[in-house]
Every structure is written in C-alpha cells, then in structure tokens.
Design a protein around this ligand. Structure first.
Ligand code: B12
Length: 214
C-alpha cells in the first residue's frame, strides 16, 4: 500500500496527470483506503506549494499538478462514497471559495468528504460573492455555509460574508465554517465564525459536532 501512496504523491510532485490516474486506478484495484489515497495526493500538492514558495517550481507546473489532483480525485471519489451510510437525513450545506479566490482543490476535497459523510452539499465553485452564498443558502434552506480562502488578500472577504449575514439579520440562521490554507482557529474566532476546519476530516467532525449529530 505504501508503494501506491508513494506513487500518488509522486505523480503530483511530478505534475503528471497520466501517472496520477494510473496510481489512482491501482489504489482502487488494491482496495487502498480512499481517505489515505486522497491524503497522499494532498500531501504532494502541499509539498509542491512549499517548492513554489521557494520558487523551485512555477505556476504552470502547479496548474498541471492541480489538474492531476482533480483527475485522480474523480477516480477515488466513488470509493469514498461507498463508505457513505444511506438512510441518514441529508443536511444541506452550501460551500464555495470566497470572492477573488480561484483555489479549488482543497474546497473540492472538503465537499467530497462532507458528501461522503451524508451531507447534501451544494458547491458554488470558486470566486463566490457573499450575496451568492446567502442566495443559495436561502434557496436550499442550508444549515451550514462553508467558505474557503487560500490567500491573505481574500481571507478578509470571509469576514465580509459574516458581516453581510449579520447586516441581513440572518447570521443566526446558519453555521458558518471557514477554512483554507491561510485560515487559522484564531482568525475564525476573530471573525466570529462558528467553526474552523483544518482539513477535510476535521471539517466533517466539526460540522457534526456543531449540529449535535456526532
Ligand atoms: C494549487 C495552487 C494554485 C492553483 C489553484 C488550482 C485550483 N484549481 O485549485 C493555481 C495555479 C490556479 C493558483 C493560482 C494562484 N495562486 Co496559488 N497556490 C496553490 C497551492 C500550491 C496549493 C493549494 C492547494 O490546492 N493545496 C492542496 C489542498 C488539499 O490544500 P488546501 O487548499 O489547504 O485545503 C485543505 C485545508 O486548507 C482545508 N480546506 C480547504 N478549503 C476549505 C474550506 C472549508 C470551508 C473548510 C472548513 C476547510 C477547507 O481542507 C483541505 C483539505 O485538507 C498553494 C500553496 C499552499 N501551500 O497552499 C498556492 C497559494 C495558495 N497560491 C498563492 C497565490 C499568491 C496564487 C496566485 C495569486 C498566483 C499568481 N501570482 O497569479 C494565483 C491566485 C489567483 C486567484 N485570484 O485566486 C499563494 C497565496 C499567498 C497568500 N498567503 O496570500 C499560495 C499560498 C502560494 C504561495 N506561498 O505563494 N494557485
């Protein structure tokens, strides 16, 4: 198993979509835990992020690696969903990456894990305006609004969303969860978010805890 996990991570580090697809198929064939397999992909992308910071790799390579990640995730998702328990009432969640920010991969991972855990996830994609979050939340009668921000320039827009909900008099109708690379528990506390998810698994746990369904 360690070998397949290494291949998944390696494929991302080499921004090789074909290799990522092969490794994902191998992981499925070998019955590797999909959570571990997706974790290996994420580890690769985060390591590449560190290399990007040191200017050892550049944006085009990061884009290729993200595409490889998404392609492999598609293969692994059905395996993850097999662990989903039927019969639970699906709690509606709206998720998206905040306005000005096009980072998608981590938010997609969170959406996948929440879906697998039995939530009814409505993914608004990336670059989502605060008003759009509220519009969708009202439409589907969401219990949770989950908002990603990956950059220090877009993190403040998470606060704008909370302020917007407050101004509209609907703040208490929703559990607001924040996450993404630049987000911390301190930031979540500062902007009075209801919860912070450090990663996809932690987000599922905090969502269930706040809904008292854990
Ligand atoms: C991949 C990537 C890109 C890809 C995104 C492709 C895509 N479709 O997603 C591309 C190449 C497009 C890109 C573009 C840019 N990027 Co970029 N990118 C990254 C990189 C390398 C990895 C992010 C990633 O996917 N990580 C893997 C996932 C699995 O991890 P994650 O996102 O953190 O998600 C986990 C948790 O955070 C959490 N989580 C995530 N979302 C949510 C949501 C909720 C609700 C919750 C509870 C939890 C949660 O769970 C996830 C799973 O465990 C990061 C480096 C880094 N260290 O983050 C830079 C990084 C985020 N990018 C950065 C920058 C600056 C940019 C650009 C401005 C670059 C440029 N000069 O053009 C543009 C931004 C354009 C824009 N307007 O948004 C900076 C931000 C710096 C800062 N602090 O502000 C970073 C940190 C790199 C750096 N050190 O300089 N980028």
């Amino acid at each position: 198993m360690a070998d397949v996990l290494g291949k998944l991570k390696g494929a991302i580090l080499e921004f090789d979509e074909d290799a990522a697809l092969e490794a994902a198929k191998e992981a499925v064939a070998e019955g590797v835990d999909p959570v571990k397999a997706i974790g290996a992909l994420a580890e690769g992308l985060n390591e590449l992020g560190e290399a990007f910071e040191k200017m050892e790799v550049f944006l085009p390579e990061i884009m290729l690696a993200s595409d490889a990640f998404k392609a492999a995730l598609e293969i692994l998702e059905p395996e993850l969903k097999k662990t989903h328990k039927e019969g639970e009432k699906a709690i509606p969640v709206v998720i998206g990456t905040i306005q000005g920010d096009v980072h998608q991969v981590g938010k997609d991972m969170v959406a996948t894990f929440l879906t697998t855990a039995g939530f009814d996830v409505h993914d608004l994609g990336v670059d989502v305006a605060p008003s759009r979050f509220l519009e969708e939340a009202k439409k589907i009668d969401a219990k949770i609004i989950a908002v990603a921000a990956l950059m220090s320039t877009t993190r403040p827009v998470q606060k704008d969303l909370i302020d917007f909900l407050e101004a509209k008099g609907v703040r208490d109708n929703y559990i607001v969860l924040v996450g993404g690379g630049v987000v911390t528990q301190e930031w979540a506390d500062e902007i009075k978010a209801d919860g912070y998810g450090q990663d996809a698994i932690a987000t599922v746990e905090i969502a269930k805890k706040l809904l008292h369904v854990a």
